[in-house]
Design a protein around this ligand. Structure first.
Ligand code: NDP
Length: 480
C-alpha cells in the first residue's frame, strides 16, 4: 500500500493531522494507496515556505527559471512509463492513452513555458514629444493552483508551469481522487533541483485543504479548474478578498454536423469527441446535432461503431475505454441515464454499467451510451454529465441549430462539421463558446487562448494569456 506525502519546502512530509484518505483504483474498486488528509495547518506551512522562497525565485533570471522548467520536462519524459502507469491506476484511463496524451502533454506544458518566458515582453506607449510609458509585468507572489481528476498531471502542470515561469511561488492541490502523478511530480522537482518552497503540493479534500488555500490571505491569485459549482464557491471566498481569479469550469459542448462534411473524418472524430477518456474531458461534445438529411445514416453508423468499442482493463492495449474515475461518479452518470429515460429518451447503445471479469470485476465501468428522442432543453441536454453519454438530435436550419447550441448555461467548446467555409465562419461568430473547432476536435496549439464563456469560466489560460494572469502589470510614465 503506497502512502504518499505532501511536498512542502522542498521535502516530502506527512500531514500534520497524521490522517490519510483511501485512494481507490477505479478499474478494480480496491484501495491501493493512502493520501494525506491535509488541513489548514499544512497549507499554512506551505504558504510560509512559498513566501520565504519568493524573493529569491522572483529575482532569478528568466534563463535560470527556464533551465529548471526544461529539466522538469525532461524528467517527465524520462519517467513517462512510470507516470503513465500511475495515471492509469489512479484515474482508470487506459495506460496507452496516458502514455500518448496525458504524460507527453505534461512534459510539453513545462517545456512550452520554459521557452515562452524567454519571449514574454511587455509594452511601451510613447506620447508624442512629451512622455513615454512602459509597462512592467511583475510576478504576483504566492499563488494557488487547484486542479481536477480527469486529466490529472496534464491540467496540474498547465497551471504550475506558467505560474513558476513567471516567477511566482505556488501552493498547489491536485484532486484527492487522483493525487499520484502530482506526488511523483514532487519527486521529479526535487531531482530537477527546484529550490525549496518554490512549489508546494498539499494533498487533501477540497473543502479542507482546497478551501484553506483559497481563503489564505497571503495567496493572492487562484487558478482553478473543476466544476462550475465549486468555481462559484471559490469565487465567493476569493472575490471579496480581491484575489486574481482564473476559473476553468464545466461544459456541455455542441457537436454540429452538416450533411456536406467529410463524413468519414467526422464519424471517426465524433467517436473520439464523444468517448475519449470515458467522456470525461471538459471539451467532449456531448450534444450531437445532425442535419436531418444524414441523420439516419449517421445514427446507424455511430451506433454500430459505439457498440463495437471495447471497454476493458486499462492495462490492455485493446481497451479503447477504461474505468470511470470513482464509484460516486459512476453512480452520478448512471443516474443521468435514468433521468434521460424518464425524460423520454431512447437508449440506442449502452445505457448501463459494464461488468468485466477477472481483475476488473469490481471496477467502475460504463458502456458508451447514445440517447435520442430528447428535447434540446430537457435536463439531460442542459446539465453536464461528464461521462461516456451523448445525445443525438436532428436539425433543419443553421438558425435552429445555433439556438439549440447556445441554449445551455455553459460555453466552453464547440465543433462544427461542414465543407462550406462561409457557413463555418458565420456560425463560429455566433456560437457562444471560448473555443470553436471546425472539421477537427481537440487540435491544440498551446499558444492559443483556452477557456470558456458564461458558466464555463472566467479568464483564459494558454500561451501568453497564462503569463498575463500570473503577473501584475505596472505602468511607469516618464515625462521628459
Ligand atoms: P471539482 O470542482 O469537484 O474539483 C476540482 C478541484 O477542486 C479538486 O481538486 C477538488 O478537490 C477541489 N475543490 C473542491 N471543493 C473545493 C473548495 N470548496 N475549495 C477549494 N477547492 C475545492 O471538479 P472535479 O474534480 O469533479 O472535475 C470535474 C469538473 O471539472 C467537470 O465539471 C469538468 O467540466 C471540469 N473541468 C473543466 C476543464 C476546463 O478546462 N474548463 C477541464 C477539465 C475539467 P477534491 O477532489 O478533494 O474535491
Amino acid at each position: 500500500m503506497q502512502k504518499i506525502q505532501n511536498y512542502i519546502n522542498g521535502i516530502l512530509v506527512a500531514p500534520n493531522s497524521g490522517t490519510y484518505i483511501d485512494n481507490y483504483e477505479p478499474a478494480t474498486g480496491k484501495v491501493y494507496g493512502l493520501i494525506p488528509d491535509s488541513d489548514s495547518y499544512d497549507v499554512e506551512l506551505a504558504v510560509k515556505a512559498a513566501k520565504n522562497a519568493f524573493p529569491a525565485w522572483s529575482t532569478t533570471t528568466v534563463t535560470e527559471r527556464s533551465k529548471i522548467l526544461s529539466r522538469i520536462s525532461e524528467l517527465i519524459d524520462k519517467h513517462l512509463d512510470r507516470l503513465a502507469l500511475a495515471e492509469s491506476i489512479d484515474n482508470g484511463k487506459p495506460v496507452w492513452l496516458a502514455s500518448m496524451i496525458d504524460i507527453p502533454r505534461a512534459a510539453s506544458n513545462f517545456q512550452f513555458y520554459a521557452t515562452a518566458i524567454l519571449h514574454y515582453a511587455s509594452g511601451a506607449h510613447a506620447m508624442a514629444n512629451k512622455a513615454i510609458n512602459y509597462t512592467l509585468r511583475d510576478p504576483i507572489g504566492v499563488v494557488g493552483c487547484i486542479s481536477p481528476w480527469n486529466l490529472p498531471l496534464y491540467l496540474f502542470s498547465w497551471k504550475i508551469a506558467p505560474a513558476l515561469a513567471a516567477g511566482n511561488c505556488v501552493v498547489a492541490k491536485p484532486s484527492e481522487v487522483t493525487p499520484m502523478t502530482a506526488y511523483l511530480l514532487s519527486e521529479i522537482c526535487i531531482e530537477a533541483g527546484l529550490p525549496p518552497g518554490v512549489l508546494n503540493i498539499v494533498h487533501g479534500l477540497g473543502h479542507s485543504a482546497g478551501n484553506a488555500i483559497v481563503s489564505h490571505k497571503e495567496v493572492t491569485a487562484i487558478s482553478f479548474t473543476g466544476g462550475t459549482q465549486t468555481g462559484a464557491q471559490i469565487a465567493k471566498i476569493a472575490a471579496p478578498m480581491f484575489k486574481k481569479l482564473s476559473l476553468e469550469l464545466g461544459g456541455k459542448n455542441p457537436n454540429i454536423i452538416f450533411a456536406d462534411c467529410d463524413y468519414d473524418k467526422m464519424l471517426a472524430t465524433t467517436m473520439r469527441s464523444s468517448f475519449a477518456n470515458q467522456g470525461q474531458i471538459c471539451l467532449c461534445g456531448s450534444r450531437i446535432f445532425v442535419e436531418r438529411s444524414i441523420y439516419e445514416k449517421f445514427k446507424n453508423d455511430f451506433v454500430e461503431k459505439t457498440k463495437a468499442l471495447v471497454v476493458g482493463d486499462p492495462n490492455e492495449k485493446s481497451s479503447k475505454m477504461g474505468a470511470i474515475v470513482s464509484k460516486a461518479h459512476q453512480q452520478k452518470i448512471l443516474s443521468y441515464i435514468q433521468l434521460a429515460k424518464e425524460e423520454g429518451g431512447v437508449v440506442l447503445a449502452g445505457g448501463h454499467a459494464q461488468q468485466l471479469e477477472g481483475r476488473c470485476k469490481d471496477g467502475y465501468f460504463i458502456a458508451p451510451t447514445i440517447i435520442e428522442g430528447l428535447d434540446y432543453n430537457c435536463r439531460t441536454n442542459q446539465e453536464e454529465i461528464f461521462g461516456p453519454v451523448v445525445t443525438i438530435m436532428p436539425f433543419d436550419t443553421e438558425q435552429e441549430v445555433l439556438m439549440y447550441a447556445n441554449s445551455v448555461k455553459y460555453g466552453l467548446a464547440s465543433t462544427i462539421w461542414t465543407s462550406n467555409i462561409s457557413r463555418a465562419t458565420s456560425m463560429s461568430q455566433q456560437i457562444h463558446a471560448g473555443i470553436v473547432w471546425i472539421n477537427c476536435w481537440l487540435l491544440r496549439d498551446l499558444r492559443t487562448p483556452f477557456g470558456g464563456v458564461k458558466a464555463s469560466g472566467v479568464g483564459r489560460e494558454g500561451g501568453f494569456h497564462a503569463l498575463d494572469f500570473f503577473t501584475e502589470p505596472k505602468n511607469v510614465c516618464i515625462e521628459y
